[in-house]
Ligand binder design. Structure first.
Ligand SMILES: [Zn+2]
Length: 448
């Protein structure tokens, strides 16, 4: 099966940052030609489907470097709390009440929103149970998915989610063996200790051994000041230093948030090649703070963007995260702290680098995986356009401007709607499954 995207403005994000009017030919899961495509290029292609890109801009599929699909069903149900109360009072009891059906509904709702907003790749942290369901749903829907089971084994952590060290590691190993590299590499595994406070030292070190042997690592770090103080008090080191001691700061590691680096910790991130997942909406909504991203970028640290979970955002909208990533550093670092192009990099090539997938995705280039998002920039909220496109993309466009989305050569959004999925069915399923999981968790319907 081949796909031709005709006559769009191609915002390639290749090394030369070319922006050109042209066509894209996709064969199988990869970009086969980018530029001007004539009849000769299509000789021998039997089945060709065409997307008319006239008036549209073709962007690399957007990458979100930190989400929680297991929490989508908890959207609007955990308002106005700081991190540790948000976890203890709402999120952990709800995650503990998931069964396979509610997990599936949560993932499907989240993936529908991601696709409709132009996101094609995520790094996801699962819950402690039902992680296989997330991989199954990613496989079925076509999402490019790097994920893993959340690990929580500390005696002091939430009892409903706490597991035994050896057992949760064994389950992680089995999931990694089954899913890492599945679907021609569209699915990948990342070991996911939840955060330092929920894990024993032994667990972190055992995960560190796996990371040293080549595994990916995804965790939260230094999101909230109380969390940082508790890590220092209980572990005798500051958070990121502590993770480094356990072998968790590497080129294959992504730390979400890093809002409050202690003395010397930005250097640790830079020296070890550890990537940061920046989650501006979540950091504002939970009152966590503003991460020093311009400082990280200045040190050459890889930074991706993520919406985090629906209950701390409440949207999974990469355009919103780009806009906030551009705006929130300005009071401290100045109005030109991060250029719009640099922000767009974080949502495309930069996110791909953070996930170690830069050879496969992040730009529209021949030979790479055909992940592409076509947006309509002609909405009145985006006019008139500036000569360069990045400012318009980052500051003016929004998720509702997304018209078509393709992942690995497969259209998942056409004309602004999901391909092969009924939004009405998703709505009904989400409502039923939210009611079921809320009831199992014993939580009331009212505000917190
Ligand atoms: Zn998170």
């Amino acid at each position: 099966m081949a796909l031709l995207i005709k006559n769009a403005l191609l915002v390639t994000m290749d090394a030369a940052r070319r922006v050109l009017r042209g066509d894209i030919l996709v064969e199988g899961s990869r970009f086969c030609r980018v530029g001007t495509i004539g009849r000769n290029d299509m000789l021998g292609l039997s089945k060709l489907s065409v997307i008319d890109g006239t008036g549209l801009w073709a962007l690399p599929g957007l990458v979100q470097a930190h989400v929680h699909l297991c929490q989508t069903l908890f959207r609007n149900q955990a308002e106005d709390l700081e991190l540790l109360d948000w976890l203890r009072r709402r999120i952990w009891p709800l995650e503990a009440a998931h069964d396979e059906e509610s997990m599936e509904a949560s993932a499907r709702l989240g993936i529908a929103e991601l696709f409709l907003g132009g996101t094609t790749t995520v790094l996801d942290m699962g819950s402690v149970r039902h992680t296989a369901v997330l991989f199954e749903v990613a496989r079925a829907t076509g999402l490019r998915f790097v994920g893993g089971k959340a690990l929580m084994d500390d005696p002091g952590t939430f009892p409903g989610l706490r597991e035994l060290t050896a057992e949760c590691l064994a389950e992680s190993d089995a999931l990694a063996a089954k899913w890492d590299g599945a679907e021609e590499g569209r699915l990948r595994y990342a070991y996911a200790p939840r955060f330092a406070l929920s894990c024993t030292d032994r667990l972190l070190r055992e995960v560190g051994e796996r990371v040293a042997a080549g595994a990916r690592l995804h965790t939260h770090a230094s999101e909230n000041r109380s969390e940082c103080e508790m890590v220092r008090a209980s572990r005798g080191a500051t958070n990121i230093h502590y993770l480094k001691q356990a072998g968790l700061c590497t080129k294959r590691s992504v730390l979400a948030h890093c809002v409050w680096p202690a003395e010397g910790e930005a250097e640790v991130l830079a020296d070890t090649g550890t990537a940061v997942a920046h989650c501006p909406s979540s950091n504002l909504k939970l009152g966590s703070g503003i991460a020093p991203i311009p400082d990280y970028l200045g040190r050459g640290i890889r930074v991706g963007l993520g919406a985090d979970g629906a209950p701390c955002n409440n949207r999974l909208d990469a355009f919103e995260e780009m806009r906030l990533a551009s705006l929130i550093p300005r009071p401290r670092f100045g109005a030109s702290a991060i250029s719009a192009e640099r922000v767009f990099e974080m949502a495309t090539v930069g996110g791909a680098e953070a996930l170690g997938l830069e050879k496969e995705i992040g730009s529209i280039e021949e030979g790479k995986q055909a992940d592409v998002t076509l947006v309509d920039p002609r909405g009145v909220h985006a006019l008139p356009h500036a000569p360069e496109v990045y400012g318009t993309i980052v500051h003016s466009l929004r998720a509702a401007d997304v018209r078509h989305v393709v992942v690995a050569g497969r259209p998942v959004v056409r004309d602004g709607d999901l391909v092969g999925l009924s939004q009405e069915a998703l709505r009904r399923r989400a409502a039923d499954q939210w009611e079921a999981v809320r009831s199992r968790a014993g939580l009331g319907r009212g505000p917190v």
